[in-house]
Design a protein around this ligand. Structure first.
Ligand code: PAF
Length: 279
């Protein structure tokens, strides 16, 4: 039975009991509105840890757009019921004041990897993510933290911050879970209209085709241009970026001997969709 805890002090008591018994603790940080992508992280954590905590916290500090924060789906009861089905031990659901009490004055900034792409489009976003993830690691004292590769840049930011701050947690990046047509699962997908949902998978199809063309020898630039045209042609409102980057540093890369990643963001139905794949 998944128990709900809302206070850091209560969580600490529970976790310290587990640790005193020598148990390995995993955390799956989320903002709720859970779907199969989140549940796959929780299942992986269950397979690798003795105890699993899922945090549900819509972190105001990582929203650069107040409208987006307001519209973010909040489905606590359904979320906890889903966590129960995968045997998560604790749903940690703190109030904003519990996470950011009066006088909170510390921000964690990860330079470099957080600056391009999402960092450029959403100023302040990764400071918010890095700050809350550092706090959640501190609050849960987890041994292992589970993150989806769908937010590839976020995963690299978290890996960097854990290395840079010597945090005693192992970060595990898990495969993106996709709908049958290839659309990456995201809490934002529910905001698509039925027509938008019908077109949304073209984002994945277009970057997959571009990656295949690059591997077959087409120039990066031409393949990316064709992918952007295909996405716009399918009726997306706007392509924000499609970029081929070094998979770890997120810097521009034309070195095919280093792992590279194609990352994309595009707007459809007023919803911002992101995706990424290895090249
Ligand atoms: O990926 C998310 O849902 C959030 O960015 C995270 C990691 C839970 C931090 O708020």
């Amino acid at each position: 039975m998944t128990i709900i805890l809302r206070r850091v002090a209560e969580l600490r008591d529970v976790v310290r009991g587990w640790k005193a018994a020598g148990e390995v603790v995993g955390v799956v940080p989320t903002m709720g509105a859970l779907h199969d992508g989140h549940l796959s992280l929780a299942r992986r954590a269950k397979a690798e840890c003795d105890r699993v905590i899922t945090t549900i916290f819509v972190n105001p500090k990582q929203f650069n757009n107040p409208e987006d924060l307001k519209k973010y789906p909040r489905t606590e009861e359904a979320d906890v019921a889903l966590l129960n089905t995968v045997g998560v031990d604790v749903a940690f659901i703190p109030a904003p004041e519990e996470v950011y009490p009066d006088g909170h004055a510390t921000t964690v900034s990860v330079l470099g990897v957080s600056e391009p792409l999402e960092g450029r489009m959403r100023p302040g976003h990764f400071d918010g993510v890095a700050t809350v993830v550092t706090k959640l690691f501190g609050m849960t004292e987890a041994n292992r933290g589970y993150f989806g590769q769908k937010d590839w840049q976020q995963l690299q930011v978290v890996l960097r911050l854990v290395r840079d701050l010597n945090l005693p947690v192992t970060v595990v990046g898990c495969e993106t879970i996709r709908e049958a047509d290839g659309l990456a699962m995201s809490s934002r997908n529910v905001r698509l209209t039925p027509q938008g949902r019908g077109k949304a998978s073209i984002l994945y199809a277009a970057i997959t085709a571009a990656a295949a063309d690059i591997r077959a020898g087409q120039s990066d630039r031409m393949a990316i241009r064709e992918a952007a045209e295909a996405i716009r042609g399918a009726g997306f409102d706007r392509v924000e970026y499609i970029e081929l980057r070094d998979a770890e540093t997120l810097m521009p890369s034309d070195d095919p001997h280093r792992p590279r990643r194609m990352l994309a963001a595009a707007w459809l139905d007023g919803v911002r969709l992101i995706d990424n794949i290895p090249v």
